[in-house]
Design a protein around this ligand. Sequence first.
Ligand code: BG6
Length: 479
Amino acid sequence: MFHQTLQCFPKDFLWGAASAAYQVEGAWDKDGKGMSNWDQFVRIPGKTYKGTTGDIAVDHYHRFQEDVELMAEMGLKAYRFSVAWTRIFPEGRGEINEKGINFYNQLINELIKYGIEPILTLYHWDLPQALQEEYGGWESRRIIEDFTNYSVELFKRFGDRVKYWVSLNEQNIFTSHGYLHATHPPGMKDEKLFYQVNHHANLANARVIKEFRKYVPNGKIGPSFAYSPAYAASSNPVDILAAENAEELNNFWWMDMYAWGKYPKMAWDYLERKGVAPLLEEGDFELLQEGKPDFMGVNYYQSTTFESNPLEDGVGAGKMNTTGKKGTSQDSGIPGLFKTTANPNLKRTNWDWNIDPQGLRIALRRIKSRYDLPILISENGLGEYDQVEQGGVIHDDYRIEYIRSHINAMQEAISDGVDLFGYCVWSFTDLLSWLNGFQKRYGFVYVNQHEEGNHDLRRIKKNSFYWYKDVIESNGGKL
Ligand code: BG6
């Protein structure tokens, strides 16, 4: 315990919810939209759960007015969404597709009409396929120019109304799935390339933040990092060291770069010895120093527990549970550094994700102590099966419990001295989970969409919808 008395949430706290273009919009080839890496990847057999795609998703593209009306009914203060790069520049650069601009203009205006603060994510993983084919997307430095050009266009078009911006969503996840585990596009396993891709993404992130200052001088921008704080499995010093290795390589490697424009020294030396450190060019670190964020965006779902892992025959990458069958995920690690292990103190979801609200408090405090930046929780939520019961009621008490306990942890962290200004629950409506189909549901609003067959996509408010409405109305006073 640090705090003595619980503080209230700040009066203008952003009670929000979040989504991403590919997971909600659908209309994948409508109104001039170009093809993204995900439009292409989901068509490769075996890549997604039961072959699900975002072709229709939850059809937010055509139903955004209905969705925003529901947000307004809930009293939502902020809505985080991402822009599909391919709606704006179908080929990644070149000619602008005004119909794409028009869609986001309408969405933003609709939100503002109801007093909902738009939080715009520039990149939530759907890269123009044209750029992947032309030069390997993030594999080339050319991405810096194209990503900047795209982002500046959005700053110019929407910067008059959008104050909060997220640059890259979960760089650690899209690069590791794309280049270490081959589970996201472009489906590769190449450790050296993984670090090179990350270096380019860091440069692109810094460059875009630097440009942002010119176009949206009163705005706020930061990346969203998928932070899973590392715990040690025991007090055995070898496990403590394993957890420290994991924290440095899995977390500080990115967050130090965002906050300070430099890589953590020991991790850098380790990667250099291994021959996988990225190639640098003159001027890189100057740029990285110049693109500092206003806040750290944190996507928190769970903590991860680590123990030592032998160099010889140690555990490598393990499989994730993407089926919803409890107990099917495998431990994974880096031989010689660390491996994951189950935490006996925590319950798990059907997808084997730990439920750990205290972990959120710990995550927020670690970020505060190390970086001293304001924090936006840009994602947090529970993916579970939901059942529509008689009378169209959805009793998602487990979700209410999950969110309630995490809000409690947030309030404790605020009382400890963390500068937290917003909370975006993942997600507002149900949506497509990249690898888990539609059955892993996160929304306050149920959407009648499934892996197989045609469905009417109707929206049904879950019990959590009414509960969160009260939370917002009471500014977190009534949990
Ligand atoms: C985050 C992403 O990693 O977690 C979201 O930013 C994603 O896009 C969310 O949907 C939940 O993950 P999953 O795999 O359960 O859909």
